[in-house]
Design a protein around this ligand. Sequence first.
Ligand code: ATP
Length: 248
Amino acid sequence: MTAALETRNLVKRFGGFTATNDVTLSVRQGARHALIGPNGAGKTTLINLLTGVLAPNSGQILLGGEEISRLPTHARVGRGLSRTFQINQLFGDFTPLDSMMLAIGERQGHGGMAWRPLSRDRAVADEAAALLKRFRLADAMGVATTLLPYGKQRLLEIALAIAAKPKVLLLDEPAAGVPEEERHEVLSLVRELPADVTVVLIEHDMDLVFSFADRISVLAQGALFAEGTVAEISKDPQVKAIYLGEDA
Ligand SMILES: Nc1ncnc2c1ncn2[C@@H]1O[C@H](COP(=O)(O)OP(=O)(O)OP(=O)(O)O)[C@@H](O)[C@H]1O
């Protein structure tokens, strides 16, 4: 089966420094794939290459078998590649329902829909409410986003990315800053997304990675260092060593 997302011999240099070193990676359709690695391993650089924020020096990126390496970010989103960000980028005064209706309107190609009477957008409002409910935000739908607990804000970010109906969703530390007791909830809701959404997760918290992922790629010094199932990666002595090296 064609991979949902692939890189072939991807290279990114900053001056003389190689931040992405010949990375060939394949993410299968429907995967819950985690990308891990110690600080500075090149995880964020790789995500920026995938989304088109950075241009590679060489190599290819394929989405569903089609090359997207030279497309601008918005064209990649249009093809089905969405991301959430490490930093909270929500409109604070908007309610989750407002933001969600805008996101759905954006997907449908009419950005100005917020000014149309709500009654004419019944289908949009219904879809927005259903999506918010799936992310356990039904009770928070009408509250200004800034007033929501941080864990709910992170869930809203993910829900908004899902509104674009992505084929591949890139999550960059979606549980960062979320209180310990809510972190597993965030990731388990993502894990339960329909199988037609492939998820690539960058995460530092190993407990979360091991309970979320069905496949793990480990980056170290810009290169793919190891790849395998949770069972394989969690007991790989060399993977342990690079993390212990970081702790030391
Ligand atoms: N714009 C840039 N110019 C020069 N060097 C950069 C640039 N962006 C990243 N780097 C370097 O590339 C390396 C990889 O950085 P990157 O942020 O991708 O790592 P990371 O795995 O995401 O790290 P962390 O887990 O700490 O966020 C680092 O050594 C970093 O200093």
